[in-house]
Ligand binder design. Structure first.
Ligand code: MEV
Length: 304
């Protein structure tokens, strides 16, 4: 029986969260926890899913797009397996969409360039969620660490190979689309203030780029703190995020911020070899869970 397995990575947003939805640049890194999707030939008609939970919206949307590109698809069994929970905000929806479209292209022997995969997966995600910049889709497709502008207008690789990060999970699942819509409402109610915050965040991305390239972690950490101040002003941080961030900073982190939509999910802290274990234990003492992920992971790839 013909079987193809592919995997794609989750992501962490380093800079420019939310501002990216309004056309400002952001910086994202792919992480080494992956979403696997397997297609196996089946004797049965149609497409059968064997997936965790009951939410097949992203698979359905991806299948719909694949069928519009390549015609009717049938006699396959689809299995998903994730190395990370969909509850922690590492971008599981984007990763499952990217992996599924890519495994379909391989199974059907249809050529699909990275940009074609990005466009198809981003469309599927928008069909389901209605909102989003596509940054998580770009991280899953291209991997590495990239400077990104909404809709894939810019996808520029940067060296993030040795980024010394600690990741703490708040234990609280946040709904990205809800928070993105809350921010939209804030923007409509107070456009000048929110635009100022986004402009400042966009400026931060430009300023931090050379520091990242130089691995000037002290300065990169400071920029993380500034980014967090802007996210706080935007009202997307939370008590739990703040307590984990504070704990990390007190334990010697060079910088710390929420990563992604906010409201819950994960925070990240920039550390040194000397401070890593203190920061990790401080985050745990404050009620966070350490996620052992490495940045700069490979993009979507065939496994078998
Ligand atoms: C969510 O991971 C990142 C946000 O900027 C939303 C998006 O870019 O789609 C909050």
């Amino acid at each position: 029986m013909k079987t193809v397995v592919v995997s794609s990575p989750g992501k962490l947003l380093l800079f420019g969260d939310h501002a990216v939805v309004y056309g400002y640049p952001c910086i994202v890194t792919a992480v080494d926890q992956r979403m696997m999707v397997t297609i196996t030939e089946s004797e049965k008609d149609g497409v059968m899913y064997d997936v965790l939970g009951s939410d097949t919206r992203f698979l359905d949307a991806a299948l719909h797009i694949a069928q519009s590109l390549w015609g009717n698809i049938s006699h396959i069994a689809v299995q998903t397996k994730s190395q990370f929970s969909e509850k922690i905000g590492l971008g599981s929806s984007a990763a499952v969409t990217v992996s599924f479209l890519f495994v379909l292209s391989k199974y059907l022997s249809k050529p699909l360039k990275p940009i074609g995969l990005f466009n198809a997966a981003y469309k599927a995600v928008l069909d389901v969620q209605g909102v989003g910049s596509g940054v998580d889709v770009a991280a899953s497709v291209y991997g590495g660490t990239i400077r990104y502008v909404m809709g894939g207008k810019e996808i520029m690789p940067i060296d993030g190979s040795v980024l010394p990060l600690v990741v703490g999970y708040t234990g609280i699942k946040a709904d990205t689309a809800t928070i993105v819509n809350d921010v939209k409402k804030k923007y409509e109610d107070n456009p000048e203030k929110v635009k100022r915050i986004f402009e400042a965040m966009g400026g931060l991305v430009d300023q931090v780029m050379p520091r990242l390239v130089d691995k000037d972690w002290e300065r990169v950490g400071k920029f993380m703190d500034f980014n967090q101040e802007y996210l706080r002003d935007l009202g997307v941080s939370s008590e739990k995020l703040e307590s984990l961030i504070l704990a990390a900073k007190h334990a010697g982190a060079l910088g710390a911020k929420l990563s992604g939509a906010g409201g819950g999910d994960c925070m990240i802290a920039l550390v040194t070899n000397d401070t890593r274990k203190f920061v990790e234990s401080a985050i745990e003492k404050a009620g966070g869970q350490i996620m052992h992920v490495k940045p700069n992971a490979k993009g979507v790839r065939v496994e078998v």
